[in-house]
Write a protein that binds this ligand. Sequence first.
Ligand code: UN1
Length: 522
Amino acid sequence: MWESGIYDTTKKGDIMDDILKQLGLDKETLSGASNGASFDTDGKIIESRSPTDGALLGKVRCAGEKDFAKVMDTAQGIFEKWRMYPAPKRGEVIRLIGLELRKHKAALGKLVSLEMGKILAEGEGEVQEMIDMADFAVGLSRQLYGLTMQSERPKHRMYEQWHPLGVVGVISAFNFPVAVWGWNAFIAAICGDVVVWKPSSTTPLTAIAIHNIVDKVCSDNSWSGIFNLVIGSGSTVGKWLVEDERGKLISATGSCGMGHKIAEAAAKRLCPTILELGGNNAIIAMEDADMELLVRGILFGAVGTAGQRCTSTRRILCHKTIMPMLIDRLKSAYSQVRIGDPVVEGTLMGPLVTPDAVDQMMAALVKIKDQGGQIVYGGNKLTDGDFSKGNFVEPTIVLVDRPITMMQDEVFAPILYIVPISSVDDAIAIHNNVPQGLSSAIFTQNMRYAERFLSAMGSDCGIANVNIGTSGAEIGGAFGGQKETGGGREAGSDAWKAYMRRQTCTINFGDEFPLAQGIRFG
Ligand code: UN1
């Protein structure tokens, strides 16, 4: 619950009030567990603090165990009706949600920026990503196609159809507090599923705002309860959600460590999962790369969102002939990055999400230096003046002669390694030699290099780009990756199939009883 009078006396309080007003929300009506759930007194209170200056943005009461059970019961009840509502009509509800989100794009973008720390343009971009997803889902609601097969038996017809799964649990991360929920929730909803969302406890206010906007549209259309929200930690609410038999699919975004735990718990009850976990994304820069595009691709990929995307560029595998030039260009570009309050126009890089994230980056840099990494740009916390209360760091470039052990890990911070390579084969071997497999890119004008990179002997990632960076994917494609990234696919293409169950149907319209494989029986 956003309790009244809890805001700091700083300007953050005014911004929050303004956002609340624009979103048409009042502080008292918001809670950490919603749809039919009243508070269980054991729901813990958590705080949401601005990563920019530590100001208190709001307090939220988490869902207690009884709240959670109520939400799951309600969700299950709604599912039994929603699954029989025609898919194109389900799409109509999502269309109305898309319209409502458009109205609130600026305010929601600002709330994301305020609570998570990404710059305003990226905060709004994320809301746009959710709107795009709504549009995509509306179209898809008329295209949940199944195939018709030719039966080997006379007067038999065979086809497959897709039915909803049931209650779908969505566990989202702090770094995309809005868009990733949209990828899952809107697809699940047009598929006829009902969604229970556990957002990151670091960004509860954003989740509450989205939930209220979306649920209002649903209740205006007599469908309240398609989207549900349960706030709390991974070890309580997250665990309940993954283990609850009523959940028929768990879609989770987060670290590889978190993914392992979820996969094990879900596997115990044979519940399918969609896992979108860590990345360790590289750009291969060949000797003929268009420098202008390359530098822009690296800058957006490595510095954007302060290196806190799962698609962030972490490694540059650079042809040795262009390495000195690239380093010079990058240093100059990095020195022009304006670091500061993400809500202020013109800022290019905001803070890291928590003080812990800063500590983790600094600890990683110590190990990187121990392993022979040479910091050629950045490497420090920013602590002076305006930076003193926030989680600010310098974007950092590290040179290594050859890959070091630390390069196997995903550090969720703006650390970029540059490694020399001498051929495309050399680059691809280094590229694939990490546990994760999310996103990848090559910058080249040589079609042989590009096609080699895209071939089955090339990048082993779920996303492979040419002359585009590793981050900033469009929603139309299926999003996700291989190896420790978890193998799940979300958003576009035919990712919807994971949110439905496939049924193969065979109909005999003759008066004989032929068996498949020509078997004669009795
Ligand atoms: C994430 O960081 O979890 O491709 C998602 C991108 C965004 C999504 C990132 N569209 O960078």
